[in-house]
Design a protein. Structure first.
Length: 156
């Protein structure tokens, strides 16, 4: 099974979380590919993989600049994505933006669901205003998610 982590980031925090997962979860998944969303389009989902959207939130609930092209492509070129299985990790700052907390990843989740993709598990969120390490908590969530949802699905 291949895990493809698509990263939307502004300050590199989401990328650091994805890289930590790549290093720490190698014992659970044969192939983990971390790819920044820069310039990607909906065609990225043509690949046979389990997808993990790891996305920060920018401004008042927007996806980061490097994720704009992919997000726009999902809207401009809608296609049925029933073959896509995915998870979402969404980062934000609840202290500064309580009304739009972690909306970057949630926006991707909403659109992927609208296009028929199947989300496995709940959306993981990280609050930048907390004292919790995003890398540590992200890796812990991902390990659990892979064992509970993804690996079970792959065995079917």
């Amino acid at each position: 099974m291949k895990l493809k982590i698509l990263v939307g980031t502004t300050t590199s925090t989401a990328e650091c979380v994805a890289q930590a997962i790549q290093m720490d979860c190698a014992d659970l998944v044969d192939d983990i590919d971390v790819q920044l969303m820069d310039g990607l389009t909906v065609e990225v989902f043509d690949e046979s993989a389990l997808f993990l959207i790891c996305c920060a939130t920018y401004g008042s609930g927007d996806v980061p600049d490097n994720a704009q092209a992919l997000y726009a492509s999902l809207h401009a070129n809608p296609q049925y994505l029933g073959h896509v299985r995915y998870g979402v990790m969404s980062l934000g700052d609840q202290g500064s933006y309580p009304m739009t907390f972690a909306m970057g990843g949630r926006n991707f989740d909403e659109k992927l669901t609208d296009l028929g993709a199947q989300r496995l598990g709940e959306v993981w969120t990280h609050d930048a205003s907390s004292d919790v390490s995003p890398e540590e908590s992200g890796v812990a969530w991902c390990r659990s998610w892979l064992v509970e949802h993804a690996l079970v699905q792959a065995a079917k």
